[in-house]
Design a protein around this ligand. Structure first.
Ligand SMILES: [Zn+2]
Ligand SMILES: [Zn+2]
Length: 149
């Protein structure tokens, strides 16, 4: 079952303390090749690679890989969760209010937490999560007179 795995991916899973399965390896590849994919798109990518995998198995693998730090989960307000392979750099995201497309924005100073809280309330802060909201270029040029709803 693991014969078609890319050895490097299998080694990464093992190195993160995870049991290596074809579905997990396919999921890691899918998330890395994608661009802030949602669960449905990830499930489709995994199935393209290894055949049928249940949605529950996809959720389980997403949870395991996120907990292990191999992928990152982002969840803009009112949006379904997205996953990405760019981890560990505390980068931020810009989200289109119209179509929901997500793009990366580099951290302002290049290292976490990137922003200094005006009052840390005594916490030891190690991460700042910033979401910029706006209208993406393709929506801006679509010349929609009124946004739906
Ligand atoms: Zn847009
Ligand atoms: Zn990102």
């Amino acid at each position: 079952m693991t014969e078609s795995l890319i050895p490097a991916i299998a080694a990464e899973l093992r190195g993160a303390g995870l049991r290596v399965t074809a579905a997990r390896a396919a999921l890691l590849e899918t998330v890395r090749e994608g661009d802030h994919l949602g669960v449905e798109a990830i499930a489709a990518g995994v199935r393209d690679r290894v055949g049928h995998v249940s949605l529950q198995a996809v959720y389980d693998a997403l949870h395991a890989l996120t907990a292990a730090g191999l992928i990152r989960r982002i969840e803009p307000a009112d949006s379904p969760a997205r996953f990405e392979g760019r981890v560990g750099d505390n980068h931020h995201h810009v989200v289109c209010r119209s179509c929901g497309v997500v793009a990366d924005v580099d951290c302002a100073v290049g290292e976490a937490p990137c922003l200094t809280a005006s009052d840390d309330r005594g916490f030891s802060i190690d991460e700042a999560e910033v979401v910029y909201w706006g209208i993406c270029p393709s929506c801006a040029t679509a010349e929609v007179p009124d946004r739906q709803q």
